[in-house]
Design a protein around this ligand. Structure first.
Ligand code: UDP
Length: 237
């Protein structure tokens, strides 16, 4: 089936880098994630990826244990750089051509984030991995993903998670939770539905960027989404 998108931005959380215990870097799991991303790129879709860092450190959680919030957030951004490098390695082992662009300058390991350069890489069919979120503390990589999606002109923001979409309550705690196939930005924010942070949703709302939230652990799902199958939850106007 032909893809319905030319250029997409995929947000993957740090969890996609971790094993069963949800912490650290698990090379087997990353390899699986990389295989699924490579499939999408091979289908001819220009693919940007934003990596989270929550498998290593989350600013809010570390701050609640006494670390300075801004310092903890910078550590979280650096964690996302580590994930980006691990993902780059796994993708290149699949045969993909990739570039890591970092919002924090670490020129020995990644290119600085320059919008026009990112677009050029995408046009050439390279998978662009955006690291270090927005480069600012007090944000999340969800917001970084919304920002990068807009900057590079992605047609959709894809958010891969461990659940099948957006529910009215946590499906891992409440088996009767109801899944939304579609939800508006406004309702998402009003009901405080979680899964994706409010700043990211607002940014997409202001710029009319559709979001698809879906289960990335199911093999083939990313490809199905880019081929236009309606899986997960679509957030839009
Ligand atoms: N972070 C930040 N600014 C950003 C992006 C991330 O300060 O623009 C920090 C923040 O502390 C966050 C951590 O990096 O908790 C890891 O990112 P995130 O929680 O978004 O990762 P995920 O939950 O997707 O694995």
């Amino acid at each position: 089936m032909k893809p319905v998108y030319k250029r997409v931005l995929l947000k993957i959380s740090g969890q996609s880098m971790a094993g069963e215990e949800g912490f650290g870097i698990d090379t087997t799991h990353i390899r699986q994630t990389a295989d699924r991303l490579f499939e999408v790129s091979e289908a001819g879709v220009e693919l940007g990826v934003v990596c989270g860092g929550g498998n290593i450190i989350r600013g809010i959680a570390a701050a609640s244990e006494g670390l300075d919030r801004a310092a903890a957030d910078y550590m979280g951004m650096l964690a996302s750089v580590m994930n980006a490098l691990a993902l780059q390695d796994a993708l290149e082992k699949c045969g993909a051509t990739t570039r890591v662009l970092s919002a924090l300058e670490i020129k020995e390991v990644a290119e600085p984030h320059i919008r026009r350069r990112a677009v050029r890489h995408l046009e050439k069919g390279r998978i662009v991995i955006f690291a270090a979120g927005t480069g600012n503390p007090f944000f999340t990589t969800d917001t970084g993903a919304a920002l990068r999606a807009m900057e590079v002109g992605a047609e959709v923001l894809l958010k891969g998670t461990r659940v099948d979409g957006v529910y009215d309550s946590d499906p891992e705690k409440f088996p009767s939770a109801k899944k939304y196939d579609q939800v508006t930005y406004r309702e998402f924010l009003h009901r405080n539905l979680g899964v994706m942070d409010g700043t990211a949703i607002s940014l997409c709302q202001d710029n009319k960027l559709p979001i698809v939230i879906f289960n990335m652990e199911t093999p083939g799902n990313i490809l199905r989404v880019v081929q236009g199958e309606s899986i997960g939850t679509t957030v839009g106007a």
